[in-house]
Design a protein around this ligand. Structure first.
Ligand code: MV4
Length: 502
């Protein structure tokens, strides 16, 4: 450890840019890596140096450990930021960096490994007094054992893969009759998907809320939590809308969950920024689900309510510095919301709609932040996650943040691909959101919010952008009657004949 002099960002898109921006503030040169498909990407242009690491496919580029290690060597970077996704939660990557004397901006390989095994993590939590959902202590090996446990905790239960996570490798079991087949299939799927067939069983929680705690831990034994985020609005185990703090939270519950989150991080000797995922049931009971050992997509809502730059904190911790504040010094300021803009079609179960963004103009304003992977135009390649950007708004209250989000989404102009922008806007305007009636089944429970999306031609988006400046109600996107500027009043004041002078 010691001062970092050059950081290679082992990622692409908005998160690569977001990390590089903090590098610039900290005056640390940044190195980009890119695939052939990303030659013209904004993160490549923004970096101080950039290395092409291979063909478009992720396995040949952003997941190719050897190529990335070669780029680190070639660039002389003394630290690596993995971002999220790709190699960010691969213990081998952290290990390879450490072995070559390169600082991995994240936790140790051992901590990543411990939390990557969901069954081991569950056991570790139990021994550290962090509540888990009732279930098995270890892997389920035979049918009778599984039936006995399910009988004791009650159906429905979930069979989960030890090597899974993020909703991958889960199977719901409604009754004893279903158990044998479910277990066989779950083991088969886990074996082929992860090369690890171990399965454990948990009680299935019916309509939980997803509440996660951000933690920061340094190498000197200090660990704090930065409050919670609620991420209940998801589809296909992918989050769409997140907020901080959680609307359902009380001071008393926050204190208990925050303390549990800190215990969870300490249980694996965690160093860096991490997130403890909990499910919260209707009665207000909370249960540990997983720990994510990376910076998360939704970290900006936490940055808004705490005033911190999480990437800067990660870098300082990686340099061996102590966290410069205590838990008591942290307070929640206002409320923040994030809407993710994906190139997807909500009307067809959010299938990706990759392509070329031919026009891109993002909103600005008080309490509005946009983290995007492109500037005025750019490609959304089919090879990677189709997220285009994140719109984050802040307000003194949840209502103010919501109102700012509605206007920010309205002032977001994009052409060339279908996006989740309209869907997010309808969520912001619906009663369920405004009354904070949220659960992980939100999207399924609100099919009325789904509507056909259109990929606008460049000219239409450009014209809408100009017209919205002039007359908000005149946009075809917002239901105005005539699509032209219709300024109703105004002109030259009587007696002001200077206005007509040539
Ligand atoms: C559960 C659950 C209900 N009961 N575990 C999905 C992602 C992974 N982190 C854990 N997941 C779940 N685990 C028990 N015992 C429901 C989910 C779940 C879910 C969790 C958070 C957000 C969205 C979700 C959507 C479906 C299922």
């Amino acid at each position: 450890m010691g001062r970092i002099s050059k950081i290679l960002i082992a990622n692409r898109g908005e998160i690569a840019l977001r990390i590089m921006r903090t590098c610039r503030v900290l005056k640390i040169p940044s190195v980009a890596i890119y695939s052939v498909a990303d030659r013209g990407s904004a993160h490549v242009a923004y970096a101080d140096e950039a290395y092409c690491i291979g063909p478009a496919r992720s396995v040949d580029s952003y997941l190719n450990l050897d190529r990335i290690m070669a780029a680190i060597h070639e660039s002389g970077a003394d630290a690596v930021h993995p971002g999220y996704g790709f190699l960010s939660e691969r213990a081998e990557f952290a290990q390879a960096c450490t072995e070559r004397g390169v600082i991995f901006i994240g936790p140790s390989a051992a901590a990543i490994g411990a939390m990557g095994d969901k069954m081991l993590a569950r056991q570790l939590m139990q021994t550290h007094n962090v509540p888990v959902v009732p279930g098995t202590d270890g892997a389920v090996t035979d049918l009778d054992e599984a039936l006995e446990i399910a009988d004791r905790i009650g159906y429905p239960v979930l069979a989960k893969a030890a090597a899974g996570g993020g909703g991958k490798g889960m199977r719901k079991v409604h009754s004893a009759q279903e158990m044998e087949q479910a277990l066989n299939r779950a083991q088969g799927e886990a074996g082929s998907a992860f090369g690890d067939a171990r399965i454990f069983i948990e009680k299935y929680l019916e309509t939980p809320r997803h509440v996660e705690f951000q933690v920061l831990a340094d190498a000197h034994g200090s660990c704090v939590h930065l409050f919670e985020r609620e991420c209940s609005i998801q589809r296909r185990h992918q989050k769409l809308i997140e907020e901080a703090p959680a609307a359902c939270m009380t001071e008393e519950l926050r204190a208990r969950m925050g303390a549990a989150a800190v215990r969870a991080a300490q249980a694996c000797n965690y160093v860096g920024a991490g997130t403890i995922e909990f499910l919260v049931d209707k009665a207000g009971n909370f249960y540990f689900m997983e720990m994510n050992t990376r910076l998360q997509v939704e970290h900006p809502v936490t940055e808004y309510i705490t005033g911190l730059d999480l990437v800067a904190e990660q870098i300082r911790i990686a340099e061996g510095k102590a966290i410069p504040f205590t838990q008591d010094a942290l307070t929640i300021n206002g409320h923040a919301i994030e809407c993710r803009i994906y190139a997807e079609d909500p009307a067809t179960n959010f299938i990706p709609s990759p392509g070329t963004v031919t026009f891109h103009q993002v909103p600005v304003g008080v309490g509005v932040r946009v983290d995007a992977g492109l500037q005025t135009e750019g490609d959304i390649p089919i090879h990677y996650d189709p997220m285009i950007s994140k719109v984050i708004t802040w307000g003194l209250t949840r209502e103010e943040a919501t109102q700012r989000m509605i206007f920010a989404l309205e002032d977001y102009h994009i052409a060339g691909v279908k996006t989740t922008r309209g869907f997010c806007r309808r969520v912001m305007e619906c009663a369920a959101w405004q009354e904070a009636r949220l659960s992980t089944h939100f999207v399924d429970e609100h099919p009325e919010l789904l509507a056909e999306e259109f990929a606008l031609p460049t000219e239409a988006a450009a014209m809408a952008a100009v017209l919205l400046q002039e007359q908000r109600t005149a946009s075809p996107l917002t239901g105005g009657s005539a699509w032209r500027s219709r300024r109703r009043k105004g002109g030259i004041l009587p007696g002001n004949d200077f206005a007509t002078d040539v």
